[in-house]
Design a protein around this ligand. Sequence first.
Ligand code: ATP
Ligand code: MG
Length: 611
Amino acid sequence: MRLSQMLLVTLREDPADAEIPSHKLLVRAGYIRRIGNGIYAYLPLMWRVLQKVSQIVREEMNAAGAQECLLPQMQPAELWRESGRWDTYTKAEGTMFALIDRQQREVCLGPTHEEVITAIARDMVRSYRQLPLNLYQIQTKFRDEIRPRFGLMRGREFIMKDAYSFDADEAGMKVSYQKMNQAFHNILRRSGLEFRAVDADSGAIGGSGSQEFMVLAEAGEDEILYTEDGKYAANVEKATSLPPDIESSPFTAYEKRETPETETIAKVCEFLKCSPTSVVKNVLYQAVYDNGMVVPILVSIRGDQDVNEVKLQNELVKLAPQFGGKAVIGLTVPDAESQQKWLSKPLPLGYIAPDLANSYLKPPAPKSLDEGAHPNLQATKFLRLADRTVADLKNFVTGANESGFHVVGANWGKEFELPQVVDLRKAKADDRALHDPTQILKTARGIEIGHIFQLGTEYSTAMGATYTNEQGEEVPLMMGCYGVGVSRLAQAAVEQSYDKDGIIFPVAIAPYQAIVIIPNVADAEQVATAEKLYHELNQAGVETLLDDRNERAGVKFKDSDLIGIPYRVVTGKSLKDGKVEVVQRATKAVQEILLTEVVDTLRSWIAEALK
Ligand code: ATP
Ligand code: MG
């Protein structure tokens, strides 16, 4: 491609709305253009990058035995009602674009395709002889992200590769999952990215396992905890660790103490001269279920620890049937205003004990006489949960349910009843690892590029996707799903690889591998040599651009650095010696190479880089 004929407009200034380097660079280098909030045009250079990424994805998926297809982007609401996700996706999480057609039928723009693929499997897979099966597609997804940002990283329209596996049993599903795990490793390695596969939260779906693939970058929205022995890595949402040891409590007898102005753990510990590891802290939350039920929650956790809200959310989903709901649509630390809705009197904030009386809550609303009226759904008891860190505490300190007072020397089973114990603790950097307490957790930031998931029979059961097994029984299909953010991956590559002059694309996904620059288009020899090289390189399979624009050499060098083409060939001064200057974008290393050797040299460098 000749730059003189290409739509390439580079900008000197960073776009005002771009916060992170990759977003700024992709806009400045003319790869993407913002069309609306979270909506971008992929310009010709970007489209080539996306096709390269897609091709790598495709090769690895095909090699793993998956088959490519293309599913509809517009999906009927009925399918989502069958899986039970219509309401959560249109109302609660609200990330689905739903619309009503001219015949008043509800449809949506696919944020994901579990429903569609399960419907296909239900119709077409009858027998175990058709299994295993893995179908994938590469296509645009739509999600009404509440805060689209960082360019392609979090768009409302983006390209995803999604694959879905179907197996006869759990063992089969695990084999399919392992194949995808390997394919994802290959995709990221081949794309030239530095990444880590981490244990991930599988959310409310449960299932037996899920992993995320994180590209390591400061701008990443996720925190990863890992150990240097390489044996443990997890998203902080999912991470577990050993909490610091308990320092034994200085109290031996139960008593109530006046502890003025000690609303915080630090203050009460200083006042009572004890360690936060002897304190039971009681944190207030408020959950709202999909049926409208509001539940105030008290979490008891050790004074030096914090609650992991993802773990709490997962527990609340498990408890949903108890509250007549299916999904949790809100989990917050309630502010004074929302507390007012369910409190009958002010709370002794900062001095709450695990047995805070239920009488703080408003009594149940009187039954409406009108049968059809929507009842005022509100729990009349606190939901009490204890993190594992408090279960073994002896002679602990906690609030006295009275402002300015704590109790000391308290014990479960004596002064307080131990609530249901669950793991709600947030693991932190510097904690000891569970698999080897001499290993200390380190922290890093990552961009989630892929997520692989053992779904089990969640969707197949809900949608009646069954097959006949070898014993002749009708049983639900075992599923897995595997997503890669193709457009996010392309931008993450930039986030991981740039310098002050611009993008440094990994060779494997660069839009072009080489660029031939004519410093002076008025010089006939420069032009003729460049034209010849440009043809020879392309003919030899080196994807090459020709900068034949009538621009100053400096402008051309700047642009080629900015767009990040791996190898730059300049037909300049050294032509008199039968040579051209070849510059490697990543290292800026300059070499003069004989004209007769340019093609072979570049070919061998590229082959080496693609290994
Ligand atoms: P996130 O936590 O970042 O919102 P997710 O858990 O919603 O991601 P999945 O539903 O697992 O993501 O989608 C698979 C992949 O699609 C993700 O790993 C990510 O690479 C990509 N992806 C998800 N949402 C977006 C988006 N809004 N813009 C670009 N890529 C996205
Ligand atoms: Mg998301």
